[in-house]
Design a protein around this ligand. Structure first.
Ligand code: NAD
Ligand code: MG
Length: 381
């Protein structure tokens, strides 16, 4: 007789990335509660192979295989949905970067699974559809993003009507104090030097343009069903306070901690429970002092206001914002455009593609493709 494995099965989509490798460190310590059921990556076959050997998942998928044939691996973009939909998977940690993660999120939610969501781009591009997939399939989204994890931790157990406002914190990125003239000359190396977080390249650039904060405002709108007027952003350079929630009686709760994604990843797996873990260094209020807060310098970072305006507009506008940003960041990372062109590219795509419908998966995917084409053509690549 074999004993049934009572541990929850976790699929990690994007296991070779910054969040994916963080998640595997967490799961290594939490082997009694969770087993790694599936792993997927884009093209880093070597690291994926090492992870598979260590965690022995039932499913391994890679989008682009190199030269090495791996007999039991699934190859191709469909491996994400396959991993997310498996019967032995209870929780899908979506740590893919960009819109490529959309179908896997929808597949998991519509099968009643928990999605621990790092891949904020898919909630931004298709928040309403994701909400429908949750409602129809019985799945749930638990955020991995540190700010949204903080908001969830502050709100847990209280009904939404008791929340007056949320205030999302932003580190301000590497260019917080740069003048417009300095920003004109910002290099890729400058943009990749984030002051408080070690992350993948795309989100690091998003943090430098503040597009990431706009994505997070839209993410909060969909996750917590809050109107945009009740979502604010404040710059907090130390990244210790991960966000605030103000309640209707005027009380304000915040969640604090040394910047580390280990806690938000673990909490997304265990919410609403807390389990003992050693991933986060102990908090020392004196060593963390002083904690300071500043107004967001929106006038120097156009991507922020463009993104929030796209969120408020709704329809396909958030998908256009997200896709134009992804395309522009890819060009910036490839050394093909300047830092300041990212905002120009986003503004151009939102102008040219205003009013597109975004009421189904197909219309959203079409808007995403149109925005990418627009940016490519605008910069002649
Ligand atoms: P990363 O670039 O380090 O890793 C991305 C992972 O996704 C890799 O495993 C890669 O193989 C996979 N991937 C990339 N393109 C893919 C594609 N087209 N199809 C399938 N798989 C693909 O990125 P990251 O920093 O880990 O970020 C992942 C997500 O988490 C992003 O949405 C980011 O905004 C979000 N996030 C990251 C952090 C952080 O600290 N890194 C914090 C908050 C939110
Ligand atoms: Mg964040």
């Amino acid at each position: 007789m074999t004993l049934r494995d009572e541990r929850q099965g976790v699929a990690i989509l994007g296991s070779t990335g910054s969040i994916g490798t963080t998640a595997l460190r967490v799961l290594e310590r939490q082997r009694e509660r969770f087993r790694v059921a599936a792993l997927t990556a884009f093209n880093n076959a070597q690291l994926l192979g090492e992870q598979a050997a260590r965690f022995q998942p039932g499913f391994v998928g890679i989008v682009r295989n190199g030269t090495e044939p791996h007999a039991n691996w699934r190859v191709g973009a469909e491996c994400l949905v396959e991993a997310a939909a498996r019967d032995d998977v209870d929780i899908v940690l979506n740590a893919v970067v960009g819109s490529a993660g959309l179908d896997a999120t929808l597949a998991a939610l519509s099968r009643g699974k928990r999605v621990a969501l790092a891949n904020k781009e898919t909630l931004v591009m298709a928040g309403a559809l994701v909400g429908i997939a949750c409602a129809e399939g019985g799945g749930e989204i638990v955020p991995v993003d540190s700010e949204h994890s903080a908001i969830l931790q502050c709100m847990t157990g209280r009904p939404g009507v008791e929340v007056r406002r949320v205030i999302i914190t932003a580190s301000g990125g590497p260019f917080r104090q740069w003048t417009p003239e300095q920003l004109e000359r910002a290099t890729l190396e400058d943009a990749l030097r984030h002051p408080t977080w070690q992350m993948g390249r795309k989100i690091t650039v998003d943090s430098a343009t503040l597009a990431n904060k706009a994505l997070e405002v839209i993410e909060a709108h969909f996750l917590f069903d809050l109107p945009y007027d009740r979502i604010e952003v404040v710059v907090h350079p130390q990244s210790i306070v991960h966000s605030f929630v103000e309640f209707v009686d005027g009380s304000v709760l915040a969640q604090l901690g040394v910047p580390s994604m280990e806690l938000p990843v673990l909490y997304a797996l265990t919410h609403p429970d807390r389990v003992a873990d050693t991933g986060v260094p102990q908090f020392d209020p004196v060593a963390s002092s002083p904690l300071t807060f500043e107004r967001l310098p929106a006038e120097r970072f156009p991507a922020f206001a463009l993104g929030v305006a796209a969120g408020r507009q709704g329809g396909a506008a958030p998908a256009v914002f997200n896709a134009a940003n992804e395309a522009a960041v890819a060009l910036f990372l490839a050394g093909r455009i300047h830092f300041s062109d990212i905002g120009v590219a986003i503004a151009g795509a939102l102008d040219a593609l205003a009013g597109l419908p975004g009421d189904s998966r197909d219309t959203i995917v079409a808007a995403d493709a149109a925005a990418r084409r627009h940016v490519q053509e605008r910069f002649g690549c």
